[in-house]
Ligand binder design. Structure first.
Ligand code: ADP
Length: 478
């Protein structure tokens, strides 16, 4: 069982306090590295979701002043930073990622609140320079209403920060629904929020029966924005549920990131960036490379160099000193990776290193698969595991066509000695984020999101705040 001074009350939070559960129904949170139970939580549902929305409604009519929002955001960032080590320990215990990555996630989360705090002044109302229709026109940025924030397990605090920072900056109260696999870091975060003296109802937390809570959030008329990060299947379901109520949706869904390496690329840099990108959170992030497309003439060399790096990574529990690859999140995640690898091998892919130890269904040693072809399921489905799948291309047209041959469009990377050539490819790549000679991912200062079935809307920067803003024009006779 987990013990933490930030986890003294394991329950939902609304109206400015944690509430003891009235339901006897429970679910367990498990350490993916050991399979041990960390906590047993109440399975909250419709009743609690409605209570959280009612609590949020209380603050709905008072538009918080901009300086107040900026102050809340800055104080949230500071409280995260102060509690970094304890939050990181909780993330690692429930998610499995190495402790260093969890610490990085807490800093990443704090940076989103800080950045949003800096941008709040940009929401000041402005007057049009022109006087159309002989009127003075003011443009206001109103809070859109209550925001329902549904987050995944791979970055329990990072993904929440991207949404909650935007909602608070816009002046919206929120109902947060974390993933049931990793709710503890979120509960701990709410214990910190509880100490900040925010207005009761501004931030609220429910978890347990995800479909039931999701339905309440999508149907309730006062919830005006649903911001979701997770699978495309659930995203589509939520979009359908929101449609009859004409609700705003902001979604970051699945990815299938291509990593294109041209023959003239700096191979050292390409290998290093691929390692950092591919193996974060054991390959379980939506910007992790899913398909490595290497120009034919250097493909064998490149795969060997990646293999030489991959075999050096240390695999183990995230809390152990020196661990670089933690366990996969659960048995379903493990089975998916194994299924996609088995399919690829059956169709002719070659395993250069890595894989599971027989009998173990938690850890998967970093794998490099060569000779991957388009008929293999791993080129269309997200692997979400530590497997580098290498295939080849001959021309830029082929690289672009293959990279775009997916229903997804979140992140792509191009490594090329000729930046102009890489930029020409970028204009044709239907991805919301295209790194050129870098596999750097999202950052609070830039708007990030997907094209095609990878999502709708953006997170980060002013654009991420605008997802929670309604524009209102006020003309008055000049
Ligand atoms: P993943 O495959 O990453 O677990 P999911 O889409 O299943 O992605 O989960 C992402 C988030 O969506 C989690 O918080 C999960 O509890 C929530 N969720 C899953 N199913 C539903 C649903 N039917 N309605 C609302 N939220 C859901």
């Amino acid at each position: 069982m987990i013990h933490s001074e930030l986890l003294t009350t394991l329950s939902g939070y609304w109206a400015g306090e944690f509430h003891q559960a009235t339901t006897a129904d429970t679910f367990d949170v498990v350490d993916p590295a050991s399979g041990e139970r960390l906590a047993t939580l109440p399975r909250l549902g419709e009743v609690e979701a409605v209570a959280a929305i009612e609590a949020a409604r209380v603050v709905l009519d008072v538009e918080p002043p901009l300086h107040q929002r900026a102050d809340w955001l800055s104080r949230i960032a500071s409280s995260l930073t102060e509690a970094r080590d304890e939050l990181a320990r909780i993330i690692t215990l429930e998610n499995g990622k190495p402790l260093a990555e969890s610490r990085g996630e807490v800093d990443y989360a704090a940076a989103f609140y800080l950045d949003a705090a800096k941008r709040v002044p940009q929401l000041k109302p402005h007057r049009l320079a022109e006087h159309p229709r002989d009127h003075v026109w003011e443009v206001h940025h109103r809070p859109a209403g209550i925001a329902g924030l549904i987050t995944p397990w791979n970055f329990p605090l990072g993904m929440l920060a991207k949404k909650l920072a935007g909602a608070i900056a816009a002046g919206c109260p929120s109902v947060v629904k974390p993933a049931e696999l990793t709710p503890l870091s979120c509960i701990a975060f709410f214990a910190l929020l509880d100490r900040l003296g925010l207005p009761p109802g501004l931030v609220n937390l429910v978890f347990g029966d995800a479909p039931a809570i999701g339905q309440v959030l999508c149907r309730h008329p006062d919830v005006r924005v649903i911001s979701f990060t997770g699978s495309t299947a659930v995203g589509k379901q939520l979009a359908l549920q929101c449609a009859p109520h004409v609700k705003r949706i902001s979604m970051e869904l699945g990815g299938n990131a291509p990593f294109v390496v041209c023959a003239d690329a700096n191979l050292d840099a390409a290998v290093q960036h691929l390692m950092a990108n591919k193996f974060r959170c054991a390959g379980q992030t939506c910007v992790c490379t899913n398909r490595v497309l290497v120009e034919q003439s250097i493909a064998a060399t490149f795969a060997e160099r990646v293999r030489d790096e991959a075999i050096r990574l240390s695999v183990g529990p995230g809390l152990d000193e020196g661990t670089q690859i933690g366990p996969l999140i659960n048995r379903a995640g493990f089975d998916k990776v194994q299924r996609l690898v088995d399919d690829a091998v059956r169709k002719g892919a070659r395993v250069m290193c890595g894989g599971a130890t027989p009998g173990d269904t938690r850890f998967f040693a970093p794998m490099v698969l060569a000779d991957v072809t388009a008929d293999m399921a791993c080129t269309h489905e997200e692997l979400f595991g530590p497997v580098v799948a290498v295939s080849t291309f001959r021309t830029d047209d082929e690289a672009v066509q293959r990279a775009n041959d997916t229903e997804y469009g979140l992140a792509a990377y191009v490594f090329c000695g000729d930046v102009a050539r890489a930029k020409r490819m970028a204009t044709r790549l239907r991805f919301g984020h295209v790194g050129i000679n870098t596999a750097a991912g999202p950052t609070p200062e830039a708007p990030f999101g997907g094209m095609k079935q990878s999502g709708i809307g953006r997170e980060g920067a002013l654009e991420g705040i605008m997802e929670f803003v309604e524009l209102q024009t006020i003309p008055t006779p000049a």
